[in-house]
Design a protein around this ligand. Sequence first.
Ligand code: UT7
Length: 317
Amino acid sequence: MSFRILGTGMFVPERIVKNDELSNYVDTNDEWIVQRVGIKERRIATHETCTDMAAEAAKAALDNAGIDASDLDLIIASTVSGDYASPSLACMVQKRIGATCMAFDVSAACSAFLFLLETAAGYFARGKAKKVLVVSSERLSRILDWSDRSTCVIFGDGAGAVVLEEGDNYIDAVFNVTGDNEVLKIPMYTGESPFNTVEPEKPVIHMMGQETFKYAVTSICNDVKALLEQNNLTLDDIKYIVPHQANKRIIDMSARRLGVPVEKFCLNIDRYGNTSSASVPIVLDELNRNGSLNRGDLLLLTAFGGGLSDAACLIKW
Ligand code: UT7
């Protein structure tokens, strides 16, 4: 026993920021961003908090699933850009949607949505839950260095959620972690201790772009191939690959290496940029609502990011 996806939801802030507007803050331009990353615009929070976005995505997913918050047995959430170190985002969502169940966060940066699904699968396997809310929300604009053109142009804000119920549609998953804080990191606020002797690091996203790029392509290809082999499938059996939305060129290169048309990969990075752990559930919600999915379709979800961590899973819609 694992789960099936009963409903999906998403929320993005109202404010649309197009590439040209970013040249007010850093030396950049629309042409570079479109060509090198594939982003045309992103949503940036003005007043929406990480919790606001998570709660709205959660409500949309509950509505889509046709269940109430009181029916939930578990809420699990992810964020690298939450409003509080404590309470967790999951606890805040529980309060905001009026649920009373168990709630906690899982930390795995941009790969976290897939780690959440695996965690949920464990609860279903043990018969400990019948309905689970999984929600990923990111207000990355809060933790960007707005003077660093190599990071501030590629990220955006948003949230995605799914409601799961008992079923057999979570077929298989692979996970890899390589402890590393050089390539990609978000240092914590160092604090104001009068005893501290260590030079504080800025609490913003630090990223070695090209190293991350290479890691991303390698991990997507390896994870997809591993899942296909483990399940005696080929890419012809897969309706869509739903990747973490980090850079359109990462997807183009992965598609070339895997020998599949790039259209097999679902992309919305042009409209939302990279929303870290929220990116995969946001794509899922768009696919669900625009009628692209039929019951029984096989989907491969794939993600990578800080940790370093990468993951992929095989789901039957
Ligand atoms: O979700 C977390 C995972 N993150 C990722 O997967 C990100 C992976 N990495 C990337 O997507 C790309 O490496 C970036 C988009 C971050 C950078 O693209 P790149 O093609 O690797 O550029 P680069 O770092 O090699 O820089 C090329 C040039 C440099 O100028 P010079 O030294 O050649 O004169 C940069 O200074 O592009 C310049 N540059 C920019 N120019 C205009 C860097 N950022 C910008 C910018 N606008 N925003």
